[in-house]
Design a protein around this ligand. Structure first.
Ligand SMILES: Cc1ncc(C[n+]2csc(CCOP(=O)(O)OP(=O)(O)O)c2C)c(N)n1
Ligand code: SF4
Length: 249
């Protein structure tokens, strides 16, 4: 018997070192997703799609069927899988660059067509994997590799309000929320509800999660947490935005 086979089954299935930088929020978002999948008992049904960007580091994170797509194309790839196999639970996982810049048309069209998939977008206010360029979500005045004097809203606009846009164009049955890694319990609830919405066949489900990128923000632990907990919510309101069966719908 090999050493690996002699390990407890739960250890082999549930433990894996992640590859994100220390202090990165991706791991917490994925933990929230993994916990939701476990609690719903849908591990055998989930098809997980991860974008190019640091989200791709999750390609072998879960013991679920996984596809790694081109940058910005995770939403249409998962849409195609879901259309071919409606019995599956499709999860499209991406960064803000992937979802709001290069892949924004896919997000818009999936929302307008009310595709029965769940999209989870990690908003860390920059392009993480490529070295910290300005993203549609970068905050006014935020210094990035491509805005060394700080983002100037007069010339580059205000931060993208993704969930608000999706809620405005989505059809009846869509679920839309914004969570934060500063409140993982709440973020888990939102992700779980987004999966349940797909399981009920209601419609498109979209959850943005405010997250950290200390490597490119060049912040220590204290400042990293301050930025995600205090600064980002000034521009990105945390909470549920569209819930089927309520007056917010
Ligand atoms: C078609 C295409 N354009 C550009 C790139 C280069 N690229 C790779 S990752 C990335 C940005 C990723 O940023 P984001 O989507 O915000 O995810 P993060 O890394 O911050 O999680 C870019 C521009 C690419 N791989 N493919
Ligand atoms: S570059 Fe940023 S988003 Fe990417 S793994 Fe490191 S901290 Fe996370």
């Amino acid at each position: 018997m090999s050493i690996e086979l002699s390990m407890p089954k739960s250890w082999r299935q549930e433990t894996k070192p992640h590859k994100f930088c220390p202090g990165c929020g991706h791991g917490l978002v994925l933990k929230a997703l993994g916990r939701s999948i476990d609690e719903l008992g849908i591990q055998d049904k989930v098809v997980f799609g991860c974008d190019i960007g640091c989200s791709l580091l999750a390609w072998d994170f879960f013991n679920v069927d996984t596809v790694q797509t081109h940058h910005g194309r995770t939403t249409p790839v998962i849409t195609g899988i879901k259309r071919a196999r409606p019995d599956r639970i499709g999860v499209a996982y991406m960064g803000d660059g992937g979802g709001y810049a290069i892949g924004s048309q896919h997000l818009v069209n999936a929302a307008m067509r009310n595709e029965r998939i769940t999209a989870i977008l990690v908003n860390n206010a920059n392009y993480g994997m490529t070295g910290g360029q300005m993203a549609p979500t970068s905050l006014p005045g935020m210094k990035t590799e491509t805005s060394p004097y700080g983002r100037d809203p007069e010339h580059t606009g205000m931060p993208m309000q993704g969930p608000e846009m999706v809620a405005a164009i989505a059809r009846e049955g869509a679920y839309v929320a914004r969570g934060t890694i500063a409140n993982v319990r709440q973020a888990t609830t939102f992700i779980k509800r987004a999966l349940e919405n797909q399981m009920a066949g209601n419609g498109f489900s979209f959850v943005e999660i405010l997250s950290t990128c200390p490597t490119n923000w060049s912040t220590n632990a204290k400042d990293t947490w301050h930025f995600v907990e205090q600064e980002m919510p000034k521009y990105f309101k945390v909470g549920e935005i569209k819930v089927p069966g309520t007056k917010e719908e």
